[in-house]
Write a protein that binds this ligand. Structure first.
Ligand code: ADP
Ligand code: ASP
Ligand code: MG
Length: 473
């Protein structure tokens, strides 16, 4: 018999859908969740899939619990679990109907009992593997997604929970897992489209997935944005919305320099560069699946749903402004590797990068001179091993508390003299590594972390004193 299933899915995808991702602060409390319900309700006709992060700082707390247990402080770890349970229970009870309260308690019992067992295991072993870290950090999104599902129902929205671990398949690189698109997309279509077609609002946890064998994984810190994009691309959504605690992509990181302006519209490559160089408002991998399927991404403020946010499109409209935003990354370590002996020798760079690769330490920026290579990393847990290996053939020095600043804008590639303007603006600051990526759309450089604020301030004045009203709010 010929299966009608593929045909049915073809038909089902004729309706349009959107993905709405709500970050930690957007679901941090009962009142925040109530706001989410209002936002979702106002978009019901667009058939939303709601993707949620863990509530507030839950992921940090789970990781702290794991650390406490590994250090052998079992009682304190269990106490912290109780506090986390009280927090979830207290917030959830205010947004879950009386009829669902018993079920909510059961759900919390189950999850926190499992978590307690895992944490006890860690305290016995005295060590945590990346796999067990993922098992523990997954509880934040597992809990928040169940709570938000029930809360939406309490606010009369026909919501249904789908466990992301059943539909987002990843490789086994725990704590940094990569989605297996070929396996994930068909599962997303089969799992979500029939529910959306029935008019249900699907609620899922971001950040989490599982291997083909069903072992829980996570996509890396901040990964719920990435989940939203994977889900949007998988079901062919019309739009992916990232709801957060700021008005959109701003001209600078508000945590470094308040007063940045909202960028109304920006291109995929510009936003991707900004995310890569530290604009935390988007996880660096977020735009890949969306770009692949040409799905526009919006950044919106869950505390001010009326604000039109930032629209990220394949191409941004032409503008007179050179830069769109300034991204920065703190806590960077610069590694200087020099070797007169190996200078220009065939395979020198390969040898260096192979070592960083073997110790799973990503390199962000690289510059070379005649006798040395300088590079930056932000993950330093394997730096001792890396230094030992590099020291066999080169002299190695490192310096921490450095920062990368990156000025991004499509126009940078077409305009001569941008570098001159940038370095004129920061002429009072000591700049050490300078680089312009192959896209020519950014200029990045390294300074001491203590110089970050004055540097961003000076660049902001130089590039954003006059703004094209079509592009900036
Ligand atoms: P969520 O929990 O919603 O995922 P995040 O904390 O991950 O939120 O991201 C939002 C934060 O990103 C903002 O509060 C802001 O501090 C930071 N951020 C960094 N750079 C930018 C930028 N250029 N524009 C807007 N926000 C930025
Ligand atoms: N809860 C996860 C984290 O804190 C994922 C996310 O919020 O995007 O990293
Ligand atoms: Mg985030």
């Amino acid at each position: 018999m010929v299966s009608l299933l593929p045909f049915a899915f073809c038909l089902l995808t004729f309706f349009s859908m959107i993905v709405m991702k709500f970050g930690g602060t957007s679901v941090e409390s009962a009142s925040a969740i109530e706001r989410v319900a209002g936002i979702v309700r106002s978009r019901l006709e667009r058939r939303p899939v709601v993707v949620v992060s863990a509530m507030g700082k839950t992921t940090n707390k789970l990781l702290a619990i794991a650390r406490t247990a590994v250090e052998g402080h079992r009682k304190e770890a269990i106490q912290q679990i109780h506090e986390l349970r009280d927090f979830h229970s207290h917030q959830a009870r205010q947004v879950v109907s009386l009829a669902e309260r018993a079920e909510l308690d059961l759900l919390l019992d189950e999850h926190f009992q499992e978590l307690t067992e895992l944490v006890k295991g860690l305290s016995v072993l005295g060590e945590a593997t990346p796999r067990s870290i993922d098992a523990i950090s997954s509880y934040g999104e597992r809990l928040s997604s169940h709570i938000v599902t029930r809360a939406l129902r309490h606010f009369s929205i026909d919501a249904v929970h789908v466990d992301s671990r059943h539909v987002v398949v990843t490789d086994g690189r725990f704590t940094q897992a990569a989605p297996q698109y070929g396996l994930t997309y068909p599962k997303l279509k089969a799992g979500l489209l029939p529910l959306l077609e029935q008019g249900k609002v699907v609620v899922m946890g971001g950040f989490i997935g599982s291997t083909e064998e069903g072992v829980t994984t996570t996509l890396g810190r901040g990964g719920s944005d990435f989940s939203a994009s994977i889900i949007g691309a998988g079901i062919g959504a019309e739009e992916i919305q990232i709801w957060t605690d700021v008005d959109g992509m701003l001209t600078c990181d508000p945590a470094i320099l308040p007063g940045g302006r909202r960028v109304k519209v920006i291109s995929f490559p510009e936003a991707a560069e900004l995310a890569y160089f530290g604009a935390k408002v988007l996880h660096p991998s977020t735009l890949l699946p969306a770009m692949d399927r040409n799905i526009p991404v919006f950044i919106l403020n869950s505390r001010d749903a009326g604000c039109e946010g930032t629209k990220i499109l394949p191409q941004a409209p032409a503008t007179s402004n050179l830069a769109k935003s300034i991204a920065c990354k703190k806590n960077i370590t610069v590694v200087d590797i020099s070797s007169t002996r190996m200078l220009m020798a065939h395979g020198f760079l390969h040898k260096i990068f192979e070592i960083f690769d073997r110790y799973e330490t990503p390199v962000d920026m690289v510059t070379t001179s005649e006798v040395s290579v300088s590079l930056t990393i932000d993950k330093t847990d394997r730096l001792e091993d890396i230094t030992r290996e590099l020291s066999r053939f080169a002299e190695v020095r490192h310096e921490n508390r450095q920062a990368i600043i990156c000025v991004v804008g499509d126009n940078i590639r077409y305009t001569p003299g941008v570098a001159g303007r940038i370095f004129k603006a920061v002429e009072h600051i000591n700049v050490r590594m300078i680089s312009q990526g192959a896209s020519l759309r950014n200029v990045s450089f390294v300074i001491q972390e203590s110089d970050l604020k004055p540097a961003v301030q000076a660049l902001h004045t130089a590039f954003f004193s006059q703004l094209d009203p079509e592009i900036f709010a």
